[in-house]
Design a protein around this ligand. Sequence first.
Ligand code: 1CP
Length: 346
Amino acid sequence: MPMKSSDRDIVRVINGETLTTPPIWMMRQAGRYLPEYKETRKQAGGFLDLCYNPELAVEVTLQPIRRFGFDAAILFSDILVIPDALGVGVRFEEGRGPIVETVDEERIDTLVSDSVINHLSPVLETVERLRECLPQETALLGFCGAPWTVATYMIAGHGTPDQGPARQFALNSPVAFQKLMDVLVEASSQYLIAQLDNGADAVQIFDSWASVLDEDQFEKWCVKPVAEIVKKIRAVRPEAKIIGFPKGVGAFYKGYAKITGVDMIGLDWTIPMSFAQELQTDSPIQGNLDPKRLIAGGSPLDQGIDAVLENLADGPLVFNLGHGITPETSIEHVQQMVTRVKSFSR
Ligand code: 1CP
């Protein structure tokens, strides 16, 4: 008998349970800190070739599960496959990160989401294959970028320190920017529904650049589009489990779960523990170890882990980093973290 999705530990936490030992996974757990990832990446050719090759994408998704036994696997892909599927060119340059073709008002007017699912069918095949080969108790997470975060790359063409180009565009050309958001909401909703249909236990919406907006713009471009995606998903999949991760938004975390409708929120490491505890009374939380502590190892790492566990493990908690692991992190430190979290019980 296959295990029910609702019996997997992460789904239990998303449903509000407090477990004796919090389940653990790690953002960017498949990636360049793993030698076996670098090996597979070489075989694939380009980064997008890896994302669109189900056999190799399954392999890199499973690598961190084999090594560390995380409680969830996250689909190997990238948030920028959505612009790629909309026909907006994306390439990844070694050591430079993603380069996206930029869009202006005229180009935005021509964007349609019709072929997104067809274009992303290899990724959906990866999801399907993963559910078949993952251990029964390991949850499978799908994901997409939030419309705001994806749009910042489509406007600037790459990551910038404060995503100024997209902030300026949204203020100068709100009608065109709304059109871009509408296309991204529709494409992302279809994509997440398809991931759930193909076997994902839950999906996470990464709003990695949510922290750069003022209150008015945050409401318009972060809260509203994510709320619309949640609504569109729930219209066809009322039981869908959705994690929101508006990174770095400080006081704006308050009310985010309720207004957007997400089931659980991911917190970054800048959130005071007392505020995290307050947020945890509204929804389960995920997080929030500073990835720099994972690089440091030793007692800075142990202290950071213990702070999260002591303050947050008495409520529904999924242990995670406050953002993705970076390539310079040592594998031994990851093992140190997993061992310490798994040996904790409240
Ligand atoms: O050459 C390589 O191997 C590139 C490194 C890499 C990897 C491993 C990139 C380029 N993307 C990924 C995979 C990835 N990206 C995953 C896979 C699953 C996992 O977590 O194991 C996920 C969930 C993402 C999500 C993603 N991509 C986000 C949101 C999360 C975050 O880290 O903030 C963002 C902003 C991106 C864009 C992107 N893709 C890659 C890079 C280096 C970046 C950031 C670039 C920048 O802002 O400059």
